[in-house]
Design a binder for this molecule. Structure first.
Ligand SMILES: NC(=O)c1ccc[n+]([C@@H]2O[C@H](COP(=O)([O-])OP(=O)(O)OC[C@H]3O[C@@H](n4cnc5c(N)ncnc54)[C@H](O)[C@@H]3O)[C@@H](O)[C@H]2O)c1
Ligand SMILES: O=P(O)(O)OC[C@H](O)CO
Length: 350
């Protein structure tokens, strides 16, 4: 089955693929599989948990990650990765960032020739400081022009409920971005394309760290002024790092930048925000991780992002504060004190 959509940029027709494999049956993998199915694709969803896979196939539900949501018929879930990948023209990776390299390397022999890979993941690898598109390129042996990343204000549950939102599909190849965008375009999910892969990925990874900081502030009982301050200065940190690493300045006020930052910092559906709030209320990291459930990427990515920043000579005080609280036991009150007692400076943008 194909869907013909005219690409605005090139005028060329873009065909939604007949077959897509989604790797990872968590909140976002399952939800994005539903978006793809609603867009007309034939979707195979690979999950490790046979109970989850069986429930998706027999009851059209993923009660573990998306309770109360009915999934479309067009998703076939499987625990057999080779079956999921057989003939897939688009391979979507939706596993936790820190596990992506090992998982994808194992699956590489099953990826079809000519397939395009899409990252839904919002993290930076700890051991290498690599962004997920680099991890995919290494693990699957794909050239950059066959890799796309998708990122934006995309809280899975809202999308699973068909609440309208938009996103960015970014690739160095305009054709690849357009192809992926066509495959996931629905009446409630609107993809835009761009070519700033570095900027889009950094925005997605760092906003999780900033959302933890906002959660910490709210957990301490602070209100909207503090929230707005952390979001705004957080965007400055993201911009500073991105520009130092070659990103396009236009990405930061866009959907993958400010858009996602606002959604993640504002919503109790965000695992990063929720985890930060638990920490601000006095839980240990272990307790907060257990109480949050699901993957809060910022917990690990705060360290790799900070390492990237230090290597590039970029100042990221909020990220450093989050890392010090989570990894070095700095009390949240001390983090706030340290941020507020930094030397005075002109605002500027970076
Ligand atoms: N949930 C959202 O709203 C959302 C939105 C946008 C982006 N993301 C990003 O998508 C990625 C996945 O997040 P999620 O929300 O689906 O997480 P999740 O915690 O809900 O699910 C993760 C899935 O990965 C599987 N998994 C865990 N370890 C694995 C391993 N070693 N090998 C293979 N599979 C493994 C788990 O079984 C689970 O099915 C993250 O990078 C996240 O930042 C999430
Ligand atoms: O639940 P979080 O904190 O991983 O955030 C989900 C998405 O990234 C929001 O766009």
């Amino acid at each position: 089955m194909t869907t013909d959509i005219s690409d605005e940029a090139t005028g060329a027709p873009v065909s939604a693929p007949a077959r897509v494999a989604v790797l990872g049956a968590g909140s976002w993998g399952t939800t994005f599989a539903a978006v793809l199915a609603d867009a007309g694709s034939d979707v195979r969803l690979w999950g490790r948990d046979p109970v989850v896979v069986d429930q998706i196939n027999t009851a059209r539900r993923n009660g573990k990650r998306l309770p109360g949501i009915t999934l479309p018929e067009g998703i076939a879930a499987t625990t057999d990765a080779a079956h999921a990948l057989d003939g897939a023209e688009i391979v979507v990776a939706a596993v936790p960032s820190q596990t992506a390299r090992v998982t994808l390397r194992e699956l590489r022999p099953h990826v079809a020739d000519g397939a395009v890979a899409v990252s839904l993941m919002k993290g930076v690898e700890l051991s290498t400081d690599d962004r997920m598109s680099t991890v995919i390129a290494d693990a699957l042996g794909l050239p950059d022009d066959r890799i796309a990343v998708l990122s934006g204000p995309n809280l899975a549950r809202e999308i699973a409920e068909h609440q309208p939102t938009a996103t960015v599909v970014s690739s160095t190849s305009e054709a690849t971005a357009a192809r992926v965008a066509a495959a996931c375009s629905t009446s409630y999910f609107r993809p835009y394309t761009n070519s700033d892969v570095v900027g889009v990925e950094l925005c997605g990874a760092v906003k999780n760290v900033i959302a933890i900081a906002v959660g910490m502030a709210q957990g301490r009982g602070f209100g909207f002024n503090t929230t707005a301050t952390v979001i705004t200065r957080g965007l400055v940190e993201i911009t500073r790092l991105g520009l130092a690493l070659g990103a396009d300045a236009r990405t930061f006020p866009g959907l993958a930048g400010m858009g996602d930052l606002m959604a993640t910092c504002a919503s109790p559906l965000s695992r990063n925000h929720t985890l930060g709030k638990h920490i601000g209320q006095g839980m240990t990291l272990e307790e907060a991780v257990a109480a949050t459930g699901g993957t809060a990427e910022g917990v690990k990515s705060c360290r790799s992002v900070l390492h990237l920043a230090r290597t590039a000579g970029v100042d990221m005080p909020i990220t450093a504060g989050v890392s010090a609280v989570l990894n070095d036991g700095l009390p949240v009150a001390e983090m706030a004190r340290a941020l507020l007692s930094r030397p005075q400076k002109a605002e500027g943008i970076v």
